[in-house]
Write a new protein. Structure first.
Length: 274
């Protein structure tokens, strides 16, 4: 289906959902208006709470500052990257590769675009400029299977190929769906391409955050994510959400805290204001 057709269908569904949920739209628009006044406070609160929970927090005034900091954390990689519109806006995977870092996209559509050496068609629909067959053929080639197989079988083969790459990668990079300032909590949506695996399996997780993703409370986060789902995809939330409040920490039998037993031992949160 052509990108224009996808966006038209989304617009129709979006209009229908806003007719059914006028209160939600009003609540979020009020919240976004109020956030313009409280943003400096929310930003500092989020940073302080994340730091208190063991996260390494970095503020970048420009994308170049963010890239330089990320490169200091990744070394030469390899890196696995969950799809995020923010990462696409930054051109992060391209810039990391130019610096010699091996990057693997874990979102099927972003991976297909990557394999075909094309540019993302749309922040929310990276493979919107590809036909389904083009996408499946590129993914089948990556997985080492025939593109004549059923779609479900091709995707299963891709997951099988991706899993060991994610497990063995020293660094996972993702965006976030929201940051809850009062708790210092990152909210991740699974629709961003194996983001739960990318944020949990590598020993180092780097999460990139834009100012528009910071909210005050859990209730605000849920409303904001519903709003974003309707605006961007013409549907309500239909995805698994993960909430992360710091690097993995576990107490052993002697009650000594150990990092990295059930998840990444390091969590780096990069706020990008430029």
């Amino acid at each position: 289906m052509a990108l224009a057709d996808i966006l038209e269908k989304i617009a129709l569904r979006r209009d229908d959902l806003w007719r059914k949920n006028p209160e939600l739209k009003h609540q979020v628009e009020e919240m976004l208006a109020a956030r313009k006044e409280t943003f400096p406070i929310l930003l500092e609160q989020a940073k302080a709470n994340l730091t208190a929970k063991g996260c390494s927090v970095f503020s970048a005034n420009t994308p170049d500052e963010a890239l330089k900091h990320i490169l200091s954390l990744t070394g030469q990689g390899p890196v696995v990257q969950a799809y995020s519109p923010l990462l696409t806006e930054l051109g992060l995977s391209v810039k990391l590769r130019q610096a010699g870092v091996q990057v693997t996209e874990t979102h099927f559509a972003a991976l297909a675009i990557d394999l075909l050496n094309k540019v993302s068609a749309h922040p929310d629909f990276p493979a919107g400029n590809l036909s389904e067959q083009e996408t499946l053929t590129s993914l089948a080639t990556y997985a080492g299977v025939s593109d004549k197989m059923e779609k479900a079988d091709i995707l299963k083969a891709v997951r099988k190929r991706l899993r060991p790459e994610i497990e063995s990668a020293p660094v996972g990079i993702s965006g976030v769906s929201a940051v809850i300032a009062e708790h210092g909590t990152l909210v991740l949506g699974e629709d961003q391409g194996h983001i739960r695996a990318v944020s949990n399996l590598p020993p180092v997780h780097i999460a990139l955050v834009s100012p528009r993703q910071i909210v005050a409370s859990l209730d605000d986060a849920v409303r904001y994510l519903r709003y974003q789902a309707i605006e961007c995809f013409g549907r309500d939330i239909q995805t698994y959400l993960s909430m992360i409040s710091g690097p993995s920490r576990t107490a052993d039998i002697e009650f000594k805290m150990v990092n990295g037993v059930h998840g990444p031992g390091e969590l780096h949160v990069v706020f990008i204001s430029g």
